[in-house]
Design a protein. Sequence first.
Lengths: 986, 359
Amino acid sequence: MKRFRRHGQESQRDRLKQELFQFNKTVEHGFPHQPSALGYSPSLQLLAIGTRSGAIKLYGAPGVEFMGLHDENAAVTQVHFMPHQVELVTLLDDNSLHMWTLRGHKGLSELLEIGRFTLTGPPGAPPSVTRVTAVLAHTSGELLLLGTEGGHVFIVEVPGFRELEERNISLDQVAASVPDDYIGRRNLEHVEALQENPINPNQVVIGYGRGLMVIWDLEKRCAIQHIPATQQLESVWWTEDGSYILSSHSDGSYCRWMVGGEDVNDEEEKSDIPYGHFPCKAISKIIQLPTEEGPPFLLFSGGMPRASYGDRHCITVIHCKTHVALDFTSRIIDFFVIRDGLQHTGDPSALVVLVEEELVVIDLQTDCWPVIQTPYLVPLHSSAITCSHHVSAIPLKLWERVIAAGELQNTHYSKKPWPITGGQNLAPDPPQRDLLLTGHEDGTVHFWDASGVCLYPLYKLSTAGVFHTDADPNDNMNQGAEGEWPPFRKVGCFDPYSDDPRLGIQKIHLCKYSGYLTVAGTAGQILVLELNDEAAEQTVEAKVVDLLQGQEGFRWKGHTRLDVREEPVLFPPGFQPFALVQCQPPAVVTALTLHSEWKLVAFGTSHGFGLYDYQQKNTVLIKCTLNPSDQLAMEGPLSRVKSIKKSLRQSFRRIRRSRVSLRKHHVNNTAKLQEANARLEAELAEMELAPVQRKIEARSSDDSFTGLVRTLYFKNWLFPVLVYVKAFSDMSLHFLVGTNGGCVFAYMLRLPPVEHRADEPVTAQPAKEIQLMHRAPVVGIVVLDGHGAPLPEPLEVAHDLARSPDMQGSHQLLVISEEQFKVFTLPKVSAKMKLKLTAVDGSRVRRVGVAWFCSSRTEDYGESGLVVLTNQGDVHVVSLPHVKMQVQYPCIRREDVSGIASCVFTKHGQGFYLISPSEFERFSLSTCYLVEPRCLVEAPLHSGSSSQRRSQPDGASSTHRYTHAARRVMEHALLNDESEYSRERE
Amino acid sequence: MNRSFNKSQPLRNVDCNAVEVKSKYGAEFRRFSVDRVKPGKFEEFYKLILHIHRIANMEVMIGYADVHGDLLPINNDDNFCKAVSTAHPLLRIFIQRQEEVDYANFGTNTITRKKKAVVALRNNDVNRKRPHIRIGMPQDFRPVSSIIDVDILPESHRRVRLYRHGSDKPLGFYIRDGTSVRVTPHGLEKVPGIFISRLVPGGLAESTGLLAVNDEVLEVNGIEVTGKSLDQVTDMMIANSHNLIVTVKPVNQRNNVVRGSRISGSSGQSSDSSGSTDDLESDEDADIVIESSLKRPSQRSNASLAYQLHRDLNLHSNPALRHSNGSLHKILSSLKTDPRHSLALPRGGVEEDGTVITL
């Protein structure tokens, strides 16, 4: 009976677990790593990006996102939307073609692969015959023209991928009609470009690599006109009215050719090398678009003078008298232009450029062509991300102030709305405002709106202004010299070059209630900042803190600390620094905590930790955690390099010495040397042959460096200063620190009464020191109140946002080390329970956070738990206060060390980690808090110019809300079918 | 108050819990008794011995004759406890001055030899023929390893428990990845496995003689290693290093334990292969809590001092804490004057149990 009941309880707990926890990877934020192809559908208003890892991502209006992944691990080389349809075709590096569609499913659209195809040549043909180099999605929506390396054009019917062999345009057919005087007729080379006549879908131009272009009639199946260009062809563009063809070439020239009915006018009408005189690089793509009134826009990429500007990544835009060479910071992948009007045939409105590291959209209708800020695909890595910090449930007041400060920074952006507006975002409004703060290598902190699917940039804080750096403050990137040719203009924000690596941000802590922020960096600098809506000029006073505390025998060999500007600095509205602590030695700050209620900042480096009172600008406590035996800690991050240098130098000296001695005792030593060489070789061979093996050696009390060797430096993880009644002795404030050596220090703080806060000192007295016997690094400390719930954040209770903790029952201290979770009862500090992780499954805790989980079924039930990420990349949830393992999910690949290191948890069971330098993956462990794209894309409602349309049973989804629209689409489709039918009868 | 020995106790007590002790120093004998169930700590016993023999300021080595007549040392709680519990009926104690101790005598049939001169002669012959085997300093005289769970394991497997006692001695072996052949329903299959790749000369693993290079590691503290990476297994072993139980499949299958009967001696600390949590909890590694220390104890001797102090505290029941302060200080000062104690106290002692508090 007892047994039965226990079983019942367990199954009940299992059911509860299912209601509380579930693992999902929901959305990828940021910019896709290594993009390789760009596509755009004017009718759907969707943008598609293919990547080298075989992913395909679609973006429309903010919040509308789709992602697909090819099974093949091959790069996507081309993306083409089928005109006026919800299908798109991708070409991969392995020569396979894939058909994708946006299918309606339960009121939402999803990206689905519906077909794949690889061209097969005749038996015995070389693979180049079928190697696809150019793809044209015909406006009929039924044909795909595939130009190949062998010079053939294959015609394939879609969506079924049926080869229409009789319509193929073989190289022989074309070559037969090439004029005899054309020099390159022997070898036309591969098909470089395929373009359709905008006014006659039956005509296509086939551009061959050698330069020849042939206008081919698809119905008559014959060549209409030959355009005998003689330079290597790069791209072809057929103008809107169908009367001209533009070709761009590898020598940096472009030509305009008249399209005539007869094969008579084969003279080029105009030829130009825009950046001429000296040899130029190829113009890889050229576009000309007409305007309602006035001259057309001409846009082309590349064509720069090879010698002087060959390394620039430029797109040139020419309109009227304006000529600008947009200078990007990374390689251009592709670009397209968005046009006005319902049929997307009006004036060019925006230029969209995909470069390797970002997406840049330029407003072509506002003077000076300003950049439009992207709501998604923002390069997170404009400077490398060095740390991140997530703050949930931001109060509206702070949110608005941060946004206001950010808007003042964004005045140079275009006022135009985002031009890509396809699809509908059906996701509910986020329940709360969340901020993600990322620290960067150049000393900036970026504030992102992380509440929804779009990680939108809100505000950017730069800390470099506080210090003297090598960078010239007048170094203005945007303005070139007057009259410079080519007329460069820098665009884009990707700037991987850091002026000074010491500026890098390592830790961030924001108090969301008071608007105080503290950031700490690579050179031991800790800045305390306050949100100010006005610009202010002020001097930042630096306080140098010696963490060695007189410990002798250590010599810091790393970088020096940063030079602080003595003179007052003008800080723009936003977060303005007012206090600065500089650690000595200037090692990386490894831990940072802000307590805005008490106006204290706690920090730690590999050498020790300290507590700083930012009201009195004074240190309360400094402690060195070094042992006299730990020589290694002092060497700093550069020591490894130095030691290699040193060892090299030594070995060179040894060689020299041996040479000298060789000369002296010539006969004697040759044999000896040979012997030594042989021995060395044998040793080397043994080293290479020996399998990977691991020494089993326990951590003893002395070698606290087992941890250090692995993590490169000591970490002093600091944790909040805490208040409670039943702490270690009596009601008091405490400050807890965990170290890499498995030690927890506790200090009792005495704060003066509020009225004397400014003049009476804050004191800290050591209260307890707990040395964990297993000596694993401490990665987290949580204090649980009388009910076993984690203590709320500072000021949370004061703002009525949290239940005040239970001060009556006995408190518990949960110390999380890399290996164990251990609960101590207070005030006696006796071990109550523990959960071993490493001893049981060999994994170690890397990241830990406290999260609140709500039940998906009953609204009022919720519990807090520990979210844990291990070095195996698994995410666990551990219950509080009983420290029992609840669930476990594989999340990150074990080998992805940077991904594991970058992980941050939110307060509601979500998390972020970097999947590439530029992308955050968002995951959720909660059944209730789930941020994922929910969007619908409907089939385009038709188009004027092209005549036929096929019905889209899948694309037009039928939800309750959108039935009306769907019905209209269906009607339309039926009408189209009829017209098509009648046309065919004619 | 569980003072286990009391001088005022009558020599021959009817109480069957008492063990009669006959202590011999030089030519002098002393007789007293200790409690068989709660013998107390070695340090107290040592002090008692010195007191009884009136050799307070002398450093001595205490030995006893075990059931086989071997002279074995008493120098820590473990072997003191063992000596008392196995004494039948009389615990015979031999005291030697530290500087006169002949370590070679320990572990051999010293006692027997003294009793039977004829046999001793033969023993001497034997000793001459055999090379002298050094069994380690008496300070290290503790169990270092044991084979456990012989009754529940297949004969081809061996479960070895290594006792590190927090000593400096490294566990002293390396592991590597490898492949082993398993019998599966589909026939023989090669599966990845973890193997011992190297034994450190002089290390704990080598000294036990129970582990060998190329032994396949099957379990660590009751948890199977299949499906775990080399690094995971390494971390598991290190995390359990103070009480490591490895189940191996020895590469040399000739030395396996031959099971005569089903009832073979399984050690009390056997761990079930399912890795029950109770067993994992049993090796409680308590953490040191230092309270409001004005200066951090930087040297080990201080820590062991604290430990010693704690031991003492444990002896007195809690309410008596304040009363015992006086005696506490006495012990404290005596410890300070006698450096041997703090040095001889094994490091591992700290890891045994209990919370340590420094005043």
